[in-house]
Design a protein around this ligand. Sequence first.
Ligand code: FNR
Length: 367
Amino acid sequence: MSQNFPLPPLAQIPPHLQTIADYEQQARKHLPDMVWQYLQGGSMDEISVRSNLAQFAHIQLLPRMLKDLTHGSTECEIFGQKFPHPIFLAPIGHQQQFHPEAEAASALAAEVLGSNMILSTFSNTDMRALKRENPYKWFQLYWQGGREKSLALVKLAEQQNFKAIVITVDSPHTGIRDRERRVFFQLPAGMQHPHTPAHIPLPELKAGDHPVFNGLMKIAPTWDDIAWIAQQTSLPVILKGVLHPLDARLAIQHGVRGLIVSNHGGRVLDTGIPPLTALQLIRKAVPADFPLLYDGGVRRGSDVFKAIALGASAVLIGRPYIYGLACAGALGVAHVVKILKEEFEITMALMGTAALNDITEEYIFQK
Ligand code: FNR
């Protein structure tokens, strides 16, 4: 596997990298155009990619003054596990495309910054190669076409001290990614995926079979499979990509312990409900203490605040930390998380909130 990077990663962080937007501009210089289009793009007309970013601008903050915040903290707790702050790393596959050290670099940065990393099934780095003692890691499962193969990955994650299983359910079929098709996107030849084939083998089609419904849909998971997996593991099972409040309720009935409200960064279904809107609908449909995580379009610490105010227990960032990875490996990922964490802390202070539990809808004005 060889990847030609147009510009080598930076050894130090230059002063012009102050924001996620700065990192985005810089990252483009470090990546081949095909990889850049893969990273940035989304499905069809990319309306959801853009609205993921735009939705935050429409939500206005309503700050409180003169409170004693000297005991302030960004700590949060999910499934009894404490995290120093609520900014987690979303599962992103094939990270060798962005930096030779791939997920190992992201994991190192996550550990140093106390960020919870969710390792993708499409990782180029073996779960066994990540530090076992680091408790801030969850494993993301793409259904492996059947129960036994899927369970084998869950069991490996258990053994490697991963603390939860995230099953991504919003992409039983890949999105229609016009941008990728225009640049003939393909993964580098020979790229290693220790936990899955790069393309999960399809059932053989007979004459007259439908390529979608008798193909990928035949090996896609259903609610029964989710309930089965949840029964087979001691780890909490979380679903990623749920947007409908009725699915949120079904998830609870099938033994799911938390949800990541997400539209996969706008990469699968275009023009779906913005995930921040879905978060508010789902928050009303589930018990108050049911963990809801959020991802999609988080680029500022104030976005973290808004997602928490609207019902999230924590947020995930996707593309932002990959910008950091492309620019400067582990150092870049760590700096991206640090930027967001500091912006979030200062937003909390300016909003008059001392703890995550203080951050509620009372601090939001929606027109
Ligand atoms: C993703 N995402 C993703 N999700 C998942 O469950 N498994 C995966 O392997 C991947 N791979 C992946 C690759 C790339 C290049 C991107 C951009 C995204 C989706 C990801 O976890 C997350 O939902 C979004 O990235 C969040 O949106 P932002 O933060 O990128 O706006």
